[in-house]
Design a protein around this ligand. Structure first.
Ligand code: GLY
Length: 564
């Protein structure tokens, strides 16, 4: 099972097109949408052109991605949204999945207390109660312009599902690569394997009739079209085909939640990001605080000093994540510690510029005194300067592999983001503890980091990425590429990245990501450098400048930035 999981993970990375040279950012005067899918970005732009605001457009993009990007865009999962409006209002919506009410702490352990390989990932028990539909409908009703109806935001998605869309080369290739995976679930095989069993080809029309019916039910009944009635019953029936735990009550009771953004600053820029149950925003701010203590000039982009210092900072931040982070409704997360500039100073005090600190000698900090492969990201800016940053996921590519029969969408395997057992790594190699143990109705800890950077109190960067545990370091490097290394937004999202996370005690690098002499220098300091075998993240971002709006779709994917 471990081998299958590894192969699937690597597969999702191999599917990415080769990292090409960066082209120019896309320019727009009035609005911009950047997502992983051309059809989804177009759905958002069409709403903006009709006079909708960034929220209306983001909701249209979200539903369109559920059709055009089934490996990660979703109805069966959850996500986080961060918004900054031109009137100064900022807010976040947590629509992360929740553990079913019948879940329990040791549900993924066998009688001897060992983690059952693959159970949290590839069985129906791996699914949390989906949150995306509740979140998208709620945000539309609360913060949409009021000029665009639920029907209008859903109509591109319904059309794309019902009439189909033409597969790109990479989409066809990805479906073909996952054929054996789809064969494990009849409903998935019915949709994602060609009727004649032959390989998908570029420009094959891909139709999803069951999904279109589900989307129509949501268009007609709002959230009830998903959380009650036929779709809810189909989800519960799907659970009964295996060991799934989601009940009708769990679906009915699911509610997304507004949370205070987690905020910080970096060299005069304001950082607005997602707080717990995502670890993303707090870790990002904590790491930027630590980095601010170093002179920019001494840390040239991707030099050995730069990689070394970032790695040391990441090691410390991820050690704190493992110990202190969980769903804030269940665990007292020391947010002030993560945000504190003083804590950053204490935390960096033992960093040696010439020597790696072994991770088994780095422990989580003490909060006392400080109390206070697969996801997708899209960014939207409208004509009024409102900015929306959304990261959404069903966890790994195609979630747990189970399509809800009759409803046409994959279910998440987000339960793997909990700590099944203290100290035992999840699929992203992340370890956790009590703070992130499974409890009924709790939300698993996430790394998703939808973020907006303000300059002079106005949105300047709209950022985020998929990539599991690498999301936070991807977002940080994208910010640094702009703020410290003067890159435009396209260069910033396409530039080579590296990643480390305390445990495992390694620096992962992309193909051709670091020069040989830099690698040699880092090894001399005691770092272990590991090729990732693929690329890190897919950062779909926007930069807003005096003269207009610039979109940067990551060169690692078939991304689409559309402006107008
Ligand atoms: N499922 C990956 C994350 O939320 O971090």
């Amino acid at each position: 099972m471990k081998k299958i999981i590894l192969q699937l993970l690597l597969l999702s990375f191999y599917m990415k097109p080769l990292l090409g040279a960066s082209s120019n950012p896309i320019y727009g005067q009035n609005g911009m949408v950047v997502s992983t899918s051309q059809q989804a970005s177009q759905a958002g732009i069409d709403i903006l052109k009709k006079g909708g605001n960034a929220i209306d457009a983001a909701v249209a993009v979200g539903f369109a991605l559920a059709v055009t990007s089934p490996s990660n865009g979703n109805l069966g999962g959850g996500g986080f949204l961060v918004a900054s409006f031109s009137n100064g209002k900022t807010f976040t919506l947590d629509h992360r999945e929740k553990a079913p009410s019948n879940s329990y702490r040791d549900m993924f352990l066998d009688d001897s207390g060992s983690v059952i390989p693959g159970m949290s990932l590839y069985s129906r028990a791996g699914s949390g109660v989906p949150g995306t539909v509740d979140g998208l409908i709620r945000i539309l009703q609360d913060h949409g312009s009021g000029k665009i109806s639920i029907r209008e935001v859903l109509s591109p998605a319904i059309r794309l599902a019902e009439k189909g869309f033409l597969l790109s080369y990479y989409e066809a290739r990805q479906f073909n690569a996952y054929k054996a995976f789809f064969e494990r679930n009849d409903a998935a095989a019915d949709i994602f394997i060609r009727k004649d069993k032959r390989p998908w080809k570029v420009e094959d029309r891909f139709i999803q009739r069951d999904l279109s019916k589900t989307l129509k039910r949501i268009a007609k009944h709002g959230r009830d079209g998903f959380y009650t009635g036929p779709v809810a019953k189909m989800i519960v029936e799907e659970m009964k085909r295996g060991n799934g735990l989601i009940s009708m009550d769990d679906l009915f009771n699911y509610s997304s939640k507004y949370r205070e953004p987690v905020t910080g600053s970096y060299k005069g820029y304001e950082v607005i990001s997602m707080g717990p149950p995502s670890s993303g925003g707090a870790l990002l701010i904590n790491m930027l605080n630590m980095l601010e203590l170093y002179e920019k000039d001494s840390l040239e982009w991707n030099s050995s000093d730069y990689v070394h210092i970032l790695t040391e900072i990441e090691r410390r931040a991820y050690a704190d994540r493992a110990e202190h982070m969980g769903d804030p409704d269940y665990w007292d997360v020391p947010l002030e510690m993560f945000k504190s500039k003083e804590y950053a100073e204490i935390r960096t005090a033992d960093i040696d510029i010439n020597k790696a600190s072994p991770s088994d000698e780095v422990y989580a900090g003490d909060p006392a005194g400080y109390e206070s492969p697969e996801t997708t990201h899209y960014s939207v800016v409208d004509q009024w300067g409102n900015a929306v940053s959304v990261t959404t996921t069903i966890n790994l590519g195609y979630g747990n592999g189970c399509v809800v029969k009759g409803a046409g969408f994959f279910l998440n395997n987000e339960m793997d983001d909990f700590s099944s057992k203290p100290g035992v790594p999840n699929v992203f190699g992340l370890v956790g503890n009590e703070a992130n143990a499974i409890e009924p109705n709790k939300r698993p800890l996430s790394s998703m980091t939808p973020t907006i950077i303000l300059k002079n109190n106005k949105p300047f960067l709209v950022i985020g990425s998929p990539g599991g545990s690498t999301i936070i370091t991807t977002v940080m490097q994208t910010i640094l590429n702009v703020v410290d290394h003067d890159m435009d937004i396209k260069e910033a999202v396409c530039a080579a990245r590296f990643h480390s996370q305390w445990l495992p005690d390694v620096i992962q690098i992309e193909p051709r990501g670091l020069a040989k002499d830099v690698i040699g220098n880092l090894e001399l300091r005691g770092h272990k450098i590991v090729p990732r075998g693929g690329y890190i993240g897919e950062s779909n971002c926007i930069m807003i400048r005096e003269d207009g709006i610039y979109g940067g779709g990551d060169c690692r994917g078939e991304t689409s930035a559309i402006g107008y």
